[in-house]
Ligand binder design. Structure first.
Ligand SMILES: Cc1cc2nc3c(=O)[nH]c(=O)nc-3n(C[C@H](O)[C@H](O)[C@H](O)COP(=O)(O)O)c2cc1C
Length: 443
């Protein structure tokens, strides 16, 4: 069987590495439309990531734990620095904030069902709290965003924790975006926006100009909620060391660091691929900041997100010093997003299962990232919740498997000493030795 590529090689055609076919298509698209590309998902370029790290399982100098007889716990407490009611989660994997508007009501319900079944939290998002998600989520983190869309003091009190969002890994320095086709009557009324008109929300909080104002805001939020709820601060990974220090000084109980692989519902492609630093590079910076303030693992918890897919990713993030991780894209995939059973419908949209990133369009055949009532009705929140719970269980069991192999009786006992890197870049970013050496570049 011959492939088109064979012919090209035979003819001696050579593709430019600089102007490859995707680049050429992007230039044509820009030339034809005069508008920049907007899409969902996170950075698609290859970046140093958790795959570039490996665990040193126990053998002689350490001894492993027996999977069938010896415990390896997975619970984590988030927000015990100031809050009267910290969150006690059964697993260190949480569901990241994804807005109602980006996602359908049934999808939010499914996230709540899946997370609650395994004892972890979900997070609201831009645009407010839905009855679907509050109804199903045992632990619900309420996002307080620059846009203030859907912000309601009563909902603050209904939440189990509050997350002040300063940025997202997919677009640090940028605001939210929800295109008109997804601004349904319900979304519009929750956000007090006109129906059907593109929405671009603020990139910074309207009532503050710097970290001192964050201190005031956190105190205000504590007063409104009677010092009961943990206050998280979420930043997109850029100058992570300084941002984490400032967030802790401002009074955060939990700091959420979202790396550049982090998903989004909609933003400019140029933003997704060119702003921010990889998750792997951000974690050690955040941990260093917390350690220098003497609050690492003893007062302020670190939640890491951006490209978490497997139990190995979870274990590696914890080993580098995170207390928990958050997942967005992987949770949507677990619900059924990008499933091959929708292949023919993805094809009609000019996409394919495994490539569908048009969360901004509202045309999602899986009924997850849409506000179209007919598409949303295709999605079964009970089945979706079951799939998500299964996936979360697998992540947890995989992380436990690795922790036991490293001789740890709690997944949070994993440490950088359990890791090596297979590339010099990953070794330098993660601050662990290159495999087979004692060399940590840069130290
Ligand atoms: C569909 C979708 C909607 C999102 N909406 C929000 C949001 O409203 N607020 C926010 O802080 N982050 C939002 N995010 C980002 C996630 O909270 C999280 O930072 C990111 O998805 C983590 O990376 P991952 O997708 O690789 O797991 C959204 C992400 C997705 C995929």
């Amino acid at each position: 069987m011959s492939h088109p590529g064979d012919d090209r090689a035979r003819l001696g055609l050579r593709e430019s590495a600089t102007f490859d076919r995707q680049t050429i298509a992007a230039i044509h698209r820009a030339a034809e439309t005069g508008i920049y590309d907007i899409r969902g998902w996170g950075a698609k370029r290859a970046l140093p990531h958790f795959d570039d790290l490996l665990f040193l399982g126990a053998s002689m100098s350490r001894y492993p734990l027996e999977g069938y007889r010896e415990r390896c716990d997975t619970d984590v407490v988030l927000g015990d620095r100031h809050a009267k009611h910290p969150l006690h989660l059964d697993i260190p994997v949480t569901i990241a904030g994804m807005s109602f508007g980006a996602l359908s009501g049934p999808a939010k319900e499914a996230l709540g069902r899946g997370a609650s079944e395994v004892g972890t939290s979900t997070t609201t998002g831009d645009g407010g709290m839905t009855t679907e998600e509050r109804g199903q989520s045992k632990y619900l983190v309420y996002q307080y965003l620059p846009s203030r869309y859907g912000m309601n003091p009563d909902d603050l009190r209904k939440a189990d924790a509050i997350e002040v969002v300063l940025g997202q890994g997919a677009k640090p320095g940028g605001g939210g975006m929800l295109l008109g086709q997804k601004i349904s009557p319900r979304v519009a009324s929750m956000r007090t926006l006109p129906e059907g008109i593109d929405q671009r929300s603020a990139c910074r909080h309207p009532d503050w100009t710097g970290p001192d104002d964050l201190t005031i805001k956190i105190n205000e939020l504590r007063e409104i909620t009677d010092w009961e709820k943990p206050i998280y601060v979420k930043v997109g990974a850029t100058r992570t060391y300084y941002d984490v220090k400032l967030a802790v000084h401002a009074g955060a109980d939990v700091v959420v660091v979202d790396g550049m692989q982090g998903g989004t519902a909609a933003t400019q492609e140029v933003f997704i691929e060119h702003v921010g630093i990889p998750t792997l590079a951000a974690v050690p910076e955040a941990v260093q900041a917390l350690q220098e303030l003497d609050v690492h693992r003893t007062g302020v918890q670190l939640v890491v997100s951006g490209g978490i897919r497997t139990g190995a990713d979870v274990a590696k993030a914890l080993a580098l010093g995170a207390d928990a991780v958050a997942i967005g894209t992987a949770a949507l995939i677990a619900l059924g997003d990008n499933h091959p059973r929708f292949e023919s419908e993805y094809a009609k949209l000019g996409s394919a299962a495994g490539f569908f990133d048009d969360f901004q369009d509202g045309t999602d055949p899986a009924g997850i990232s849409t506000q179209d009532p007919e598409l949303a009705a295709r999605f079964d929140p009970v089945e979706g919740g079951r799939r998500l719970a299964n996936y979360l269980r697998v992540l947890t069991m995989e992380a436990q498997t690795i922790a036991r192999a490293c001789g740890k009786s709690h997944v949070l006992h994993l440490e950088p000493e359990d890791l090596v890197a297979v590339t010099i870049e990953a070794a330098a970013m993660a601050r662990v030795p290159l495999a087979g050496t004692n060399w940590i570049p840069g130290t």
